[in-house]
Design a protein around this ligand. Structure first.
Ligand code: IDP
Ligand code: MG
Length: 149
């Protein structure tokens, strides 16, 4: 099934929003395949954000994501990537509609609380960057037939 990588970023963990953020994805029906609390190293940050190397905000972005622990989650479900992005909102929180995570809890682009993969290919690649196969669990959820047709 399609997978996406979610990162509850340092600002969200520090602000005590981890549970609230996970709740929104869980409530949507997305299923947890892996989850851990960790400190992101500079090397892992640079791999994860490789597409942004050379952009003016890159250095600040690596500093931000490595500044304090994060919670990383592999989520799966029908259209997991697109559904999670819609739940997260736009890159810039101040442009994000109310009802989205960034629109409800954020203001600035460099403190936008949560990451979600931007394509099915990125989802698979990013999940593999953060989780070993042994850390990912494929499990039957009793509510699956009530969420997935
Ligand atoms: P996304 O997280 O919505 O996919 P991307 O364009 O992939 O957004 O950018 C990755 C991350 O880099 C953003 O979530 C944000 O934390 C940071 N970022 C993007 N653009 C800017 C910027 O103009 N200034 C500061 N940080 C930025
Ligand atoms: Mg992105």
């Amino acid at each position: 099934m399609e997978r996406t990588l979610i990162i509850v970023k340092p600002d969200a963990v520090q602000r005590g929003l981890t549970g609230e953020i996970i709740r929104r994805f869980e409530q949507r029906g997305l299923k947890i395949a892996g989850m851990k609390f960790m400190q992101v190293s500079a090397a892992l940050a640079e791999t994860h954000y490789a597409e942004h190397v050379g952009k003016p905000f890159f250095e600040g972005l690596v500093k931000y994501i490595t500044s304090s622990p994060v919670v990383v989650i592999a989520l799966e479900g029908t259209k997991a990537v697109e559904a999670a992005r819609a739940t997260i909102g736009k890159t810039k929180p101040f442009e994000s509609p109310a009802g989205t995570i960034r629109g409800d809890f954020g203001l600035e682009v460099g403190r936008n609380l949560v990451h979600g993969s931007d394509s099915v290919e990125s989802g698979a690649r990013e999940v593999a960057n953060f989780f070993t196969d042994a850390e990912l669990v494929s499990w039957p959820r009793n509510t699956d037939p009530w969420i997935f047709e």
